[in-house]
Design a protein around this ligand. Structure first.
Ligand SMILES: Nc1nc2c(ncn2[C@@H]2O[C@H](COP(=O)(O)OP(=O)(O)OP(=O)(O)O)[C@@H](O)[C@H]2O)c(=O)[nH]1
Ligand SMILES: [Mg+2]
Length: 347
């Protein structure tokens, strides 16, 4: 399964601008609450190096699906909250764009989305409770489930998000199947005016609230960034530097998304293709094989593995073998970030 990331934010906050920057303008129109959908390719120097060495017919960067989701923005209606929450089930994380330029108040816009997320979850929980109470008359429903949902309903009614509610392990398990909006991993992107961005000014009240909600945030000026990414490659780097961007926001966002979702990247490399594969940290060699092809997972024998740095040291596979840097690993080997892997399998 590919990672799916949704951009959310109030109307006019800069979602489309961010979407265009991240997909390089190559998205297409979506349906329902989704305005745009596209692929984001993850720039990776290691892929470039491997590509130089293997000179493959095809080079494939890791990617994820990006969506501009307007269920909490222009298309938000409290009475449609149930429908909106249903549309969220596939998203692994949110990028929440908060506008910090005239005439917006960043704090208000941030809180407006928080409120809409809470109202959506409240609608989900209340609908569930009503349904379960009814079903209870004809079949056995776990009291525990009803209790934990009541606990959440109570919290949400007091504007407390799901992530803040203390739950036991058992309670957490009971609600695992529900797709709440207020406990979805989220990164805040503060979309500033050019002046605020270049002067480094951040509203202290907003900063306090972000910190209080343990939310990671990045700052940018999207209109400026969009102008820069539209430039030729050489000019681009220079302009990014001139305007004080540490790195393009897309790169920073990707880094953060990988961090909060716990993803790493492994590589496959050969004459046909050099390719980067995102995978959950802690995955086994066999699971990695399954990402490439189900046949490889089924018929998995072993993996030949070499870390990226070791491979660069050796220069090529033959040399790596001679140097004893290429390791044979079994199905339970835990894949490390940057591993180059060849799967041996039987058909
Ligand atoms: N000053 C300033 N204006 C911006 C910035 N980013 C976006 N805008 C403006 O805000 C308006 C909305 O930008 P969009 O990217 O379309 O915002 P959106 O969130 O997709 O809007 P909807 O999908 O209609 O809710 C445009 O007119 C942009 O030019 C920014 O960084 N600074
Ligand atoms: Mg838009």
């Amino acid at each position: 399964m590919n990672m799916e990331i949704a951009i959310i934010g109030t109307q006019g906050s800069g979602k489309t601008t961010l979407f265009d920057v991240m997909t390089k303008g190559k998205g297409s129109r979506g349906k329902g609450f989704i305005d745009h959908v596209g692929k984001v390719f993850i720039p990776d120097d290691r892929v470039d190096r491997l590509s130089e060495i293997f000179n493959p017919a095809k080079t494939t960067y890791a990617s994820f699906e990006l969506f501009e989701f307007n269920g909490f923005g222009r298309l938000w209606r409290e009475q449609n909250a149930g429908e909106i929450i249903n549309a969220l089930s596939g998203f692994d994380a949110f990028i929440h764009v908060v506008p910090d330029f005239e005439p917006f108040s960043a704090v208000d816009e941030f809180e407006e989305i928080n409120l809409r997320l809470i109202l959506s979850d409240l609608s989900l929980v209340s609908t569930q409770l009503k349904r379960l109470e009814k079903e209870r008359k004809v079949r056995k429903i776990s009291d525990e489930l009803i209790e934990v949902l009541r606990k959440l309903e109570d919290a949400l009614s007091n504007e407390i998000p799901v992530w803040k509610v203390e739950l036991s392990e058992r309670e957490g398990e009971l609600i695992r199947g529900y797709t709440f909006a207020t406990n979805r991993p989220r990164i805040v992107l503060l979309n500033q005016s050019e002046e605020k961005f270049t002067s480094g000014e951040v509203d202290s009240e907003l900063e306090r609230r972000l910190k209080e909600s343990h939310m990671d945030y990045l700052r940018t000026c999207l209109t400026l960034e969009k102008e820069i990414v539209d430039l030729e490659k050489e000019e681009r780097a220079e302009m990014f530097r001139a305007y004080g961007f540490e790195r393009p926001t897309t790169d920073l966002l990707i880094q953060k998304i990988f961090g909060i979702l716990g993803y790493i990247v492994f590589f496959t490399a050969g004459e046909k293709e050099v390719r980067a594969w995102p995978i959950k940290k802690g995955s086994t060699a066999r699971q990695a094989a399954g990402k490439i092809h189900t046949d490889m997972e089924r018929g998995f024998i072993r993996a030949e593995v070499i870390g990226f740095d070791d491979f660069i040291k050796a220069g090529n596979i033959k040399k790596a073998k001679e140097m004893g840097l290429l390791r044979l690993e079994g199905k339970d080997y835990i894949v490390q970030d940057g591993d180059i892997i060849v799967i041996r399998f039987s058909r």
